[in-house]
Write a protein that binds this ligand. Structure first.
Ligand SMILES: [Zn+2]
Length: 478
């Protein structure tokens, strides 16, 4: 029947359609997709009607930067972290995968991922060794991965990083990575040839090693732990790496996507490079929620992250860049670790970098952005979904609300207040850098391809397995 549907969402205060703005409309969902947007609900036969009374409907969040499968294998990690995603209105998580050796083992990762996600997921593959360059065509054409990550920070004395675990393996696994200009430029060139995107972690390992040794030798009576950590990985190291990566991108007319930009200096360097032009490519900027809320004043080693938290003026700088439209996407850099593993021996050097953030991204943006009048809901939809879907080959199937798109939605209540505690967030992580903070503005319903996976903060356990792997780029126009 023309006017029948599986779900009718009605009475919203506004529906945020990134290409248009905030509109008053009813949303009809059928077979997992948006069927139509209609002004009147007359004669509509809906199997279920959801009243979004006084609330806003936004496209489901696409988190472009998620680490899970590092501390526990993917089949375990996916269950908890995709539930945490659902709590935060996130309908697609993009896994940042690190494998040593051959990427042919990725098929086992995909097999183990199946039936263990509440929300949809995709993968970015990290190129960590020259032997993996030749596997890029296989990853693009056979697997459906169209983005590759480069860790410029891994070389010299700082050449170790935890890898993703093989399925069924629980022992943390550290691998060696020796990134050099040859591997960096070859990856950018190959990705361009394959119509894929290179994602850059911009830090210089030699500068970081030098400053880290200095920081370890000095006595820092007046500095907090996080100030010491920040001084050991200075923004100049980010800035130099940005310039280097950009020069290769120019050579190959390639786009670059800079992950986790949180310092004013790194941001300004990218903006200057954008101004300089001389390239057919775009330079995309991702920042993370923690760079909008936490400075080194936080003074708690759970705030150890790479690149480090910076000063209050860096936070202001990131907000103003967000307001001015310079930031393309927000990614959480979510790391699903436990507090006991995280803090190591309790000193800043042995603590691990990274913390969870999937479930708190939207509450942070609503509390500190929308409810403080810094940004509007359209900007939220752009940086958390629309831009992300376009950059990573998911648009228009995802990232918007229009007929034919996947029915990936969140309903947000701007006045709902919740105090953060880890049980609320449903991650494997048993802490958050927002513990004890009261955030105002929460998703209270999350829909993934027409299925309600979260309602009133509760994830529907029966939806485990609904999430599916999304091959990119999605080519359909519907
Ligand atoms: Zn990361």
């Amino acid at each position: 029947m023309e006017n029948s549907c599986d779900i009718l969402i009605t009475n919203a205060k506004g529906v945020v359609i990134p290409e248009i703005g905030i509109v008053q409309t009813n949303i009809l969902i059928e077979s997992g997709r948006i069927k139509s947007l209609q002004h009147s609900t007359e004669n509509i036969q809906a199997a279920r009607t959801i009243g979004a009374d006084g609330k806003y409907v936004l496209p489901g969040v696409i988190d472009p930067h998620v680490h899970y499968g590092v501390y526990r294998p993917i089949e375990e990690s996916a269950k908890t972290e995709s539930a945490s995603a659902a709590v935060g209105g996130v309908t697609t998580i993009m896994r940042m995968l690190r494998m040593s050796g051959s990427y042919k083992r990725i098929e086992k990762q995909l097999e183990a991922s199946k039936n263990n996600h509440h929300v949809d997921y995709t993968i970015h593959a990290s190129i960590l060794h020259p032997s993996q360059l030749q596997e890029m065509p296989y990853l693009v054409t056979k697997i459906g991965i169209s983005s590759f990550k480069i860790y410029m920070n891994l070389a010299g004395d700082l050449n170790h990083i935890l890898m993703d675990l093989d399925p069924e393996s629980f022992e943390l696994y550290e691998g060696e990575v020796n990134m050099d200009d040859e591997l960096l430029s070859s990856t950018i060139r190959s990705a361009k040839t394959l119509d894929s995107l290179t994602m850059i972690h911009a830090e210089d390992p030699l500068i970081c090693a030098k400053y880290m040794n200095r920081a370890k030798e000095k006595k820092f009576e007046n500095l907090t732990n996080l100030e010491i950590w920040s001084s050991s990985r200075p923004p100049i190291s980010e800035s130099i790496s940005v310039t280097k990566a950009t020069s290769f991108a120019r050579q190959f007319h390639s786009d670059l996507y800079f992950v986790h930009i949180g310092s004013a200096r790194a941001l300004d360097t990218i903006l200057e490079e954008r101004q300089l032009g001389r390239t057919n490519g775009n330079l995309y900027i991702e920042t993370c929620p923690h760079y909008l809320t936490h400075s080194t004043d936080f003074d708690n080693i759970v705030g150890k992250v790479v690149p480090p938290l910076r000063s209050k003026s860096d936070i202001d700088h990131m907000w103003s860049a967000l307001c001015q439209g310079h930031i393309d996407t927000i990614g959480t850099d979510h790391v699903a670790n436990r507090l006991s593993t995280k803090v190591g021996n309790g000193d800043i050097w042995s603590a691990l970098a990274g913390f969870p953030g999937l479930a708190t991204m939207i509450p942070v943006l609503l509390s500190y952005g929308v409810n403080k009048g810094r940004i509007n809901l359209k900007t939220v939809a752009e940086v958390t979904s629309y831009n992300t879907s376009r950059i990573f080959g998911l648009y228009p199937r995802k990232g918007t609300i229009r007929p034919g798109s996947d029915a990936d939605l969140m309903i947000v209540d701007l006045s709902l207040k919740k105090k953060i505690s880890s049980d609320l967030l449903m991650s494997f992580s048993d802490y958050s850098i927002y513990d004890g903070w009261e955030l105002e503005g929460w998703p209270d319903l999350t829909i993934v391809r027409g299925i309600v996976v979260m309602e009133n903060g509760i994830v529907d356990k029966t939806t485990l397995g609904h999430g599916k792997f999304i091959r990119r780029p999605i080519n359909d126009q519907k």
